[in-house]
Design a protein around this ligand. Structure first.
Ligand SMILES: [Zn+2]
Length: 351
């Protein structure tokens, strides 16, 4: 196991320790404001681009916890999983990071999605799920070689199978120089799961990869050159958000919420969401397939929206780029979002 050669970030130390729950929210909001100001003074990344990987159905009752008013009629919504390629400067030179390179050819073994696939008629499947490309194809499309990838990271390890990318005794690594950046808490959980968690993790997704290729992070970390990984627990205990400084401000990526409007539900066009948020007085709608700690997830989403600041594309929404983004689909009426990030590209790739 490698130790991290990176700087740790102290902005959020102790901000969730207040006695009252809303005091924790406000302490974290204040720390996030300070952190945002600090990040905006750091250099911008050299290159950032998003790529659509796969579009899959996801239960509305999870994606928009209790807020979607047609839950009984419309059981599913669509989310698009994205992969991001980031290049940034460090003291050790230019580094290339792949964010969320899901191996969708293998992560169908995740128990929840296995049952979904087994229960769906085979004819319907191509209509419902859509595979756009693969992680190795994305690297090629960006003009890079597999050996150029220095790091891979995921906001959390649900459904992930990293064995092909990092290699095991049985198969060579697709990205031979890549190391996995992961929160220690997330890795420990993934290797000893409660049944409610296990339903969402790909069995043995990290088994057999060389320990020397795992860089274990123990909290908020600045990777250098405009990239930070911030521990944002809730969706999972070891969840983190990827914060990237670009020409379009700070992009913040995770799966704590599935749409920009999950962070600004008062502006949502999804059926029932704005009314629900107003009725219960919430400022976020959490992605709730696991409820490991929904209170912390709420705090984390306020943290994320504060770090992100307003979107330059539509200032009603924060500049969050969900790693799994709600995507309109005619067969799922009422799920059309008010705003989608879709795609972003900044700077130029260095080959
Ligand atoms: Zn997840």
């Amino acid at each position: 196991m490698s130790t991290a050669p990176f700087e740790s970030i102290a902005h959020f130390d102790g901000c969730r320790r207040a006695v009252g729950q809303m005091a924790r929210v406000e302490d974290t909001r204040s720390a996030a404001g300070d952190f945002r100001a600090w990040m905006l003074k750091q250099p911008k990344v050299r290159y950032f681009e998003s790529f659509d990987l796969v579009k899959v159905p996801y239960p509305t009752r999870y994606g928009l916890r209790n807020a979607f008013s047609r839950e009984k009629l419309v059981e599913f919504l669509h989310i698009t999983n994205r992969c991001f390629v980031v290049q940034f400067d460090t003291v050790e030179g230019l580094k290339t990071l792949l964010v969320s390179p899901s191996d969708h050819e293998r992560n169908g073994e995740t128990p929840f999605f296995r049952r979904l696939a087994d229960g769906a008629p085979k004819l319907v499947e191509p209509l419902i799920a859509k595979r756009y490309t693969t992680a190795p194809e994305i690297v090629k499309a960006a003009g890079l070689r597999p050996e150029d990838i220095d790091y891979i990271t995921y906001d959390h390890l649900h459904t992930q199978d990293v064995r092909r990318w990092l290699g095991t005794d049985d198969e060579p690594a697709v990205f031979p120089n890549a190391n996995l950046l992961v929160m220690g808490r997330e890795l420990d959980c993934a290797r000893d799961l409660n049944p409610y968690q296990a339903d969402w993790y790909c069995p043995d997704g990290t088994t057999g990869i060389p320990e020397s290729k795992i860089i274990r992070l123990e909290g908020d970390t600045y990777l250098g050159g405009g990239v930070a990984l911030v521990h944002t627990p809730g969706h999972t205990e070891g969840n983190h958000s990827i914060v990237v400084h670009t020409d379009e401000g700070l992009w913040v990526t995770s799966e704590n919420g599935i749409a920009a409007e999950a962070y600004a539900p008062q502006h949502s066009t999804v059926a029932g969401v704005a009314d629900y948020a107003k009725t219960i007085g919430t400022e976020v709608i959490i992605n709730a397939n696991t409820l490991e700690n929904s209170i912390d997830q709420y705090i984390s989403m306020v943290q994320e929206l504060t770090i992100a600041g307003p979107s330059q594309r539509d200032e009603r929404f924060p500049n969050v780029f969900p790693s799994s983004e709600l995507t309109r689909f005619w067969a799922f009426p009422g799920t059309r979002p008010a705003f989608s990030v879709g795609h972003a590209r900044h700077g130029a790739v260095t080959r």
